[in-house]
Each structure stands twice: as structure tokens, then as C-alpha cells.
Ligand binder design. Structure first.
Ligand code: AMP
Ligand code: GLY
Length: 423
């Protein structure tokens, strides 16, 4: 069977490498993919170009599609492909609203009693300002729509909240995503990412993980798309997992069914473990990046079989096994990221990375036949080992053999997780 994977980042590279383990799959096309994805044929069709993707699928005997990024999901890529007779892994546009609109997600949680931060919604900047002046600080201001993971501003004072509201609602720094805002209570506690497979009836959580969103060591500097991950996350104890299943995962699946928006695909729960128990910080309608780069290497079952079961509604019959091990992914980025950075530097990769590490390429392009840097986050190096400590050590050791000009990485990925484990 020939399949397509929509998207171009490290997450998509990890999905493609895992799908390659299935002998049923012949050709994998990445739309658009990137120059570092050796396991797929890259086709230069944009991930949001729905008519072109459908046309490509119809003319290339595509038997299955994996739609990985949020934008095409929210825009209805799965609806369009399914209508054209191409089975897909991923939610419909109606279900993807769980990420596409924070107002939708918050109202859903309130209606169905799913634990989350208290909040208020405003489409008038004057009313939002008045609310912030009387509210307790710190306070969190979020743009309603998609904003590349950057539409969340944590404000220490009412003045900072004023400034955030100006940027989001008046200057429209995230475009129309800022026509409404959610203003939220500030929560405290360790964060856990839990990706899950669901067919709308059964929900199977994957191994938990921890992202490192800030650009600098010690969680300093600007927010990024993620500078590294570890799995499993030590804060996700079996007690927490049980509570999450009962209070969050199953209620969310049921709520989406009740609303006529059955969710099939990967539902990502961004959780905070507060002193009052686990609460939802955000939902994503897709695999996380770079969480996927530590979660899928720990999957001991066939990904394609699971994806087909999700599409068919037979997930309950799937046996999903995880390696009894830990994983660490270290991201190598272009200096300056997440602000301005230069690209076009040649990437020097070891043919056989040390410790069996995997290299997932996120931002690369071809220049005169050579693979060069082409994005802010350039690649991730993932090592799997029996202990978290070893996984971290091996990931950094293997990352030391990757070279490109202007590279930078954080040097403390997994440090907090290790401290929490007491390893
Ligand atoms: P989001 O895009 O909603 O995941 O938010 C990005 C990051 O902002 C989260 O990973 C948290 O670190 C932080 N954040 C979001 N909402 C809250 C909140 N209510 N309280 C504290 N931190 C938050
Ligand atoms: N790593 C967080 C996300 O994928 O949104």
C-alpha cells in the first residue's frame, strides 16, 4: 500500500520512521516533508493545500493518509480526503476544534465538569481590561485560535495583562486568532504531556512525556515549539494516571461524542498536576512535537496497525505494548530561534549515530544537492535506554556528533525529570 503523511517536521519524520516498520507499506510520500527525510519521497505540496493533497492522493493510488499538523486538521483535510475515499488517521474539522478554538475547549470542559483553570471569555477589549484589573495576578491571557503555540501570555501584573490584550486584540499579533480571548486563572505544578490513541469509543494513553518549552537552560528565555523531551514523565504516577483516565480522558471522549464531534486520531492532553489534582492546560488534536520523538521510539507495537484500528473503530481489539525503557530527545536549533535566525548551513550527520540514537530532521532543505539547515528547529536526537539517566547521557553524546554552523541546544533536557525521580 502507498500512504501519504502530511507535514514537514521532526514529528512527521518520527511517524514516517515508525510506519516504515510495517512491511505492508510500499511507498511513503511526505507532503511536503523535508530534505532530511530519507525514508519517504517528498512532494512539494503544502500541508494546507487541501485540493492539491486530495488530487495527489487520487492519482497516486494512496490507500491511507496520516494528517499530522494542526492547521490542515482544523481546515478539514481529513473531511476532504475521506470524502474522496481515502481513509485517514486524524480528526475531522469539527473534532479538531478542541485545539482550533480555546473557547470551544474551555466551554466543553466547563459543560462536562472536566477539571481545568477557571476562566472568562471576551470579545471586547474594554471588558477584558476591566476584568483583568479586578482579577488576581498572575493571570493568563490566551488568543482563542491557533497561534503556533505562542498565543499564551502569562501576566504578572494588571499592567502586563493590559499590554497582552493590546498585542492580541488590538495589534492582532496572531491575526484573527486574537478576535476573542480566554483569560484564565494561573495554575501551578509540574506539566505532563499525555498523547492518546482514540477511535471515539476506546482511549489508550501512550507513554507520558515532558516537554521543555523555553529556549534557555533552566527554563529561561522565550517560549519555543519545544527544545527537548523525555519519556516517561516521573510526575505521571500510576495514581495520577488513574485519576486522569477517570476525570479527564474518558469524560473528554464522551463529551465530544455528546457534542456530535466524535474524535478519532491522536488526542493530546496537556496537563498540570496541581495540588488539587490533574487539570487540563490544553488539548491538541494531534501528536505533539517534540513529544512524538520520544513516545514513538518507546512503542513496541506496529503503528500502522493501530492507526488503521483508530480509523475503523476497532481500537479495543488492539494490543499496544511499550518498551520498559526511557527516552530523551535533544533538539538542535538555529542560533537566534525562536526569533530571527539564518539558514542554509550544511548539516553533517553521522551515518550510524552512537548508542543506536535516532535523528529526526525537522528543518532542512536542499541546496546544490546538499542537505542544509532550513528552519528554527533543525533536528532532534533521540536515545532510548533502560534508565532515564542513560537515555539523557546517550542523547547528548550522540548529539555531539551532529554538526552545523550556528547550532544551539539546551544542556539540561531531562534534568528536572531526573531530580524528580531521584536518579
Ligand atoms: P498552551 O499553549 O495552552 O499549552 O500554553 C502554553 C504554556 O503556558 C503551557 O505549557 C503552560 O506552561 C503555560 N500555561 C498555560 N495556561 C496556564 C495556566 N492557566 N496557568 C499556568 N500556566 C499556564
Ligand atoms: N510540544 C507541544 C505541542 O506539540 O504543541
Amino acid at each position: 500500500m502507498n500512504i501519504i503523511v502530511i507535514g514537514s517536521g521532526g514529528r512527521e519524520h518520527a511517524i514516517i520512521k515508525k510506519l516504515r516498520e510495517n512491511p505492508e507499506i510500499d511507498r511513503i510520500y511526505a507532503l511536503p516533508g523535508n530534505a532530511g527525510m530519507k525514508e519517504a519521497e517528498c512532494v512539494s505540496i503544502g500541508a494546507k493545500d487541501i485540493p492539491a493533497v486530495v488530487e495527489f492522493a487520487k492519482t497516486n493510488e494512496i490507500g491511507f493518509a496520516v494528517v499530522a499538523p494542526d492547521d490542515p486538521l482544523v481546515l478539514g483535510m481529513v473531511d476532504a480526503l475521506e470524502e474522496a475515499g481515502i481513509p485517514c488517521f486524524g480528526p475531522t474539522a469539527a473534532a479538531a476544534q478542541i485545539e482550533g478554538s480555546k473557547v470551544f475547549a474551555k466551554n466543553l470542559m466547563k459543560k462536562y465538569g472536566i477539571p481545568t483553570a477557571d476562566y472568562a471569555v471576551f470579545d471586547s477589549v474594554q471588558e477584558a481590561r476591566a476584568y483583568c484589573r479586578s482579577a488576581k495576578t498572575p493571570i493568563v491571557v490566551k488568543a482563542d485560535g491557533l497561534a503556533l503555540g505562542k498565543g499564551v501570555l502569562i501576566c504578572q501584573t494588571a499592567e502586563e495583562a493590559d499590554e497582552a490584550l493590546r498585542e492580541i486584540m488590538e495589534d492582532r499579533m496572531f491575526g484573527d486568532s486574537g478576535s476573542r480571548v480566554v483569560i484564565e486563572e494561573f495554575l501551578e505544578g509540574p506539566e505532563v504531556s499525555v498523547l492518546s490513541f482514540t477511535d471515539g469509543k476506546t482511549v489508550i494513553p501512550m507513554v507520558s512525556s515532558m516537554d521543555h518549552k523555553r529556549a534557555g537552560n533552566g527554563d529561561t528565555g522565550l517560549n519555543t515549539g519545544g527544545m527537548g523531551t523525555v519519556a516517561p514523565n516521573p510526575y505521571y504516577t500510576s495514581d495520577v494516571a488513574d485519576r486522569c483516565m477517570k476525570e479527564i480522558f474518558l469524560p473528554t471522549i464522551r463529551a465530544m461524542n455528546e457534542e456530535g464531534r466524535t474524535f478519532r486520531g491522536c488526542l493530546y492532553f496537556g496537563l498540570m498536576i496541581t495540588k488539587d489534582g490533574p487539570k487540563v492546560i490544553e488539548y491538541n488534536c494531534r501528536f505533539g512535537d517534540p513529544e512524538t520523538q520520544v513516545v514513538l521510539p518507546l512503542l513496541d507495537s506496529d503503528l500502522f496497525t493501530i492507526m488503521k484500528a483508530v480509523r475503523e473503530g476497532t481500537l479495543a481489539e488492539c494490543e499496544i505494548r511499550w518498551k520498559n525503557a526511557s527516552a530523551c530527545c535533544v533538539i538542535l536549533a538555529s542560533s537566534g530561534y525562536p526569533k530571527k535566525y539564518e539558514t542554509g548551513f550544511s548539516i553533517d550527520l553521522p551515518e550510524h549515530p552512537k548508542h543506536g540514537a535516532e535523528i529526526y530532521v525537522a528543518g532542512a532543505k536542499l541546496k546544490d544537492g546538499a542537505v542544509v539547515t532550513g528552519g528554527g528547529r533543525v533536528l532532534g536526537v533521540t536515545a532510548v535506554a533502560p534508565t532515564l539517566e542513560e537515555a539523557i547521557r546517550n542523547a547528548y553524546d550522540a548529539a555531539g556528533d551532529v554538526h552545523f554552523e550556528n547550532a544551539f541546544m539546551r544542556h539540561d533536557i531531562g534534568k528536572r525529570a531526573l531530580a524528580a525521580k531521584g536518579e
